[in-house]
Design a protein. Structure first.
Length: 373
């Protein structure tokens, strides 16, 4: 069992070092655990329904979901022999490539905009692109601050840090939230994404909803605030934080590794909330399906004050055509999506520091996948 857990963990950690295209074939192993209300039984390759899946799939998009995709691809490729190339170039790149007809599916941490849906109709013959929520998880504020093992921030201080209005770690506003903590007289090095990113979109939606007086930017996938430093993809931001004392950045929780710690957020609830699969699931459970037709895009409550709910939470969507998917890739696309939406596929997520999609929503996803054509 210990070796099994190590093997699965290696799949997730190995993804952190790469930011470009990755093709995985058979690796990983079975395991059994449970978390977040979802079964975490690892996939028995023989239980995956391959149908007529064959060939290769090209995909691109969210780097936040990359560690989950890597683990899923390892299991699916072992079972079905299909090669899946997922280039985690960021949500913006994924949506653009999808609407240009270059991908079997795309990953995005933000739902398709109306103009994206319009563009998708040119490549989805008789249909359009739709959003299928598949991966949940907290956007961690990872920091590297020598001597500080526990750090609490609130929306106001976070907004001011990333807008270059709080520039030193011993600022009185930070000290007030961390009584008894010896904060160093050290410049804050705030890192944001250089590429268009759903993580940026969700992070700034949180700031706009929680502290509108301190975050005046319109938001979106492109970073707009003043100052700071940038890096490409979640892996790039995490790498910069890890090697820089005094740094802070935002990225998916599985990138919080040795040398990087995660901020707990004072939301106004009974206690500060740390990012975790459970705290993200509590936040996603409060989401509403706002998509129409077969689209299952969600509206998250970024200003939640519910106890134990982590407010900076994202949902990554897999984007496909509801109708008009390419005939040569449709069987493999459906088979892969069917697997990752299954109990086995969702069950891998908690141990990779992601949150499974709540049961009522993932049931709708499964139904939609079966109707893809």
């Amino acid at each position: 069992m210990k070796l099994q857990r190590m093997n699965r963990r290696a799949i997730a950690l190995g993804a952190i070092a790469a930011s470009g295209a990755l093709v995985l074939t058979a690796c990983g192993s079975d395991d059994t655990s449970s978390s977040g209300g979802a079964s975490a039984s690892a996939t028995n390759a023989s239980s995956i329904k391959c149908d007529n899946a064959k060939g290769q799939l090209l995909s691109d998009g969210s780097s936040a979901q990359k560690n989950a995709i890597d683990a899923w691809v390892a299991q699916f490729s072992k079972a079905c022999g299909v090669q899946i190339n997922y280039k985690a170039g960021g949500s913006g790149a994924g949506v653009t490539s999808f609407t240009q007809g270059q991908l079997a599916f795309a990953g995005s941490d933000s739902a398709l905009k109306p103009e994206d849906v319009t563009a998708s109709k040119k490549v989805c013959s008789g249909g359009q692109g739709i959003d299928l929520p598949m991966v949940g998880g907290p956007i961690a504020l990872g920091y590297n601050l020598s001597g500080v093992d526990n750090l609490v921030l609130d929306a106001q201080t976070i907004a001011k840090i990333f807008d270059s209005k709080i520039t030193n770690w011993n600022d009185p506003a930070i000290a007030a939230l961390n009584k008894g903590v010896k904060l160093p007289d050290l410049k804050i090095q705030a890192f944001h994404r250089s590429d268009e990113s759903g993580s940026t979109d969700n992070f700034t939606k949180y700031l706009k909803a929680s502290t509108p007086d301190n975050w005046k930017y319109s938001g979106g996938k492109a970073w707009q605030a003043k100052g700071g430093q940038s890096a490409a993809q979640s892996s790039g931001v995490a790498a910069q934080v890890k090697q820089t004392n005094g740094a802070i950045g935002y990225f998916e929780l599985s990138y919080v590794t040795d040398g990087v710690k995660a901020v707990s957020i004072n939301t106004g609830a009974s206690a500060p909330v740390a990012p975790s699969s459970d705290s993200a699931t509590k936040a996603i459970a409060d989401a509403k399906v706002v998509g129409t037709g077969k689209d299952l895009s969600l509206q998250l409550n970024y200003a939640t004050k519910a106890d134990g709910a982590y407010p900076i939470t994202l949902v990554t969507y897999e984007i496909v055509c509801d109708k008009g998917n390419k005939a040569d890739t449709l069987p493999a696309t459906k088979a892969f999506l069917r697997y990752i939406a299954s109990e086995d596929g969702q069950g891998l997520l908690p141990n990779l520091k992601y949150a499974p999609v709540p049961a009522d929503i993932i049931a709708k996803v499964r139904t939609t996948i079966e109707g893809l054509s």
